[in-house]
Design a protein around this ligand. Structure first.
Ligand code: MG
Length: 396
């Protein structure tokens, strides 16, 4: 073995304490949630780094990382993690949670913790030379199976006929990738009656066929549970895998009323942060599926705890995931490690054009017959694309 090769291997498998944390705001187009992110880069004493991301407003995330540490329950996260061992990610999580009790607990501080926790799992995997899924329970599955959210470019502003045309093209593209499940994510708005909406979904199901699972995100359309119950009855022939965001996000009692009257899987909690919110959902709403997002709910440490909790209730965890390649990679590693959920949400660059999703990190995981093989590269298996970051900075 050449000395260079030997050095490379040793360099990839070297433990080391955390020396620095860099924050990289990435704002490609400012408005949409798939066009801006806040990257957390944690560097160890050997110069090795791990990356994570927070799906929060950049200015607010920056505030958390630049605030002055005041007391035990209000600390700048940097003051907690410098000098720590990335292999202690779960213990560091507890310390971060405690240190942000004053202003965090359920909201934006957990977004920041998510970014740190993801970066720690990436770094620890790189230090040990093992893929991140082995740090969060090991392989409970041979393949990670995504569902693909289909997002027509017109965002539903055209006629129903035009929207159906866009969906048909996306169905075709998905089938070429071998996709096992698709979600309709853009629905006609309130200007379209429930009757027309139901006809639209049933027609889409006929066009897609029944070999592929189909889900629908209703985008918080209703406020009255009985409107939902009536609509879902008329959608029975579409055999939806789940119905998402049927009522207002925190209307847990309303969800319970719907769950009691339908056989369809109802899901929710895509905006929930932390296990205590999920606990409330699981114990009171009766939903079949919860959808916390790894880059907002508290990272890989927290989604692992959430999954163990949901296992006790027979509730699936199918994470929300609509961000960059960092979150996409987290989804793959999480799904391999979890026995629980059938799918995880995946933003695929061939189905949704997003420069940030496509370019921020490399390489893109290869989808084979609609699934991803167990990852083999250390950590999350991705690296920041410095060329892309430089081009964004130049543009700004
Ligand atoms: Mg949704």
């Amino acid at each position: 073995m050449t000395s260079y090769r030997k050095k490379f291997i040793v360099g990839c498998n070297m433990k080391g304490l955390i020396k620095d944390i860099q924050l990289i705001p990435v704002n490609f187009k400012s408005t949409n949630w798939d066009q801006s992110t806040y990257v957390v880069k944690i560097i160890d004493e050997n110069g090795q780094y791990g990356i994570g991301e927070c799906d929060g407003p950049i200015d607010v995330m920056e505030g958390i990382f630049s605030m002055e540490s005041a007391h035990l329950w209000s600390m700048n996260p940097k003051d907690i993690i410098i000098g720590k061992d990335p292999l202690d990610a779960a213990a560091i999580w507890n310390k971060l949670y405690e240190s942000l009790l004053w202003q965090g607990r359920r909201g934006l501080a957990l977004f920041a913790i998510s970014g740190i926790d993801i970066a720690l799992h990436d770094l620890a995997g790189k230090q040990l030379g093992i893929p991140t899924y082995q740090l969060i329970g090991g392989a409970n599955k041979e393949y990670a199976t995504p569902y693909m959210t289909l997002y027509p470019e017109s965002s539903g502003t055209g006629s129903l006929k035009e929207l159906m045309g866009e969906y048909e093209l996306l169905f075709e593209k998905s089938k070429k990738l071998g996709v096992k499940a698709v979600k309709l994510a853009i629905m006609p708005g309130e200007e379209v009656s429930d009757t027309k909406l139901i006809d639209f979904i049933n027609e889409a199901r006929t066009k897609l066929g029944y070999e592929v699972d189909m889900m629908v995100d209703f985008l918080y359309r209703w406020t009255d549970p009985y409107d939902v119950i009536n609509a879902l009855k008329k959608l029975e022939k579409s055999n939806l895998y789940f119905a998402e965001a049927i009522l207002q996000h925190d209307d847990i009692e309303g969800h319970k009323k719907v769950v009691d009257k339908t056989d369809m899987r109802i899901c929710g909690a895509e905006m929930a942060t932390g296990i205590y919110e999920i606990k409330q959902w699981v114990e009171n709403s009766g939903v079949a599926i919860v959808q916390p997002d790894i880059n907002r709910c508290g990272g890989l440490s927290e989604i692992r705890r959430i999954t163990e909790f949901c296992d006790l209730y027979g509730v699936q965890v199918i994470p929300h995931g609509w961000k960059t390649g960092i979150t996409a990679s987290c989804g793959i590693h999480y799904h391999i490690s979890s026995k629980n959920g059938k799918y995880f949400e995946y933003l695929h660059p061939e189905l949704y054009p997003s420069p940030m999703r496509e370019n921020l990190v490399k390489p893109e995981a290869k989808i084979i017959d609609g699934r991803f093989n167990k990852p083999t590269r250390p950590g999350l298996g991705i690296d920041l694309n410095d060329e892309f970051l430089t081009s964004i900075r130049k543009r700004d």
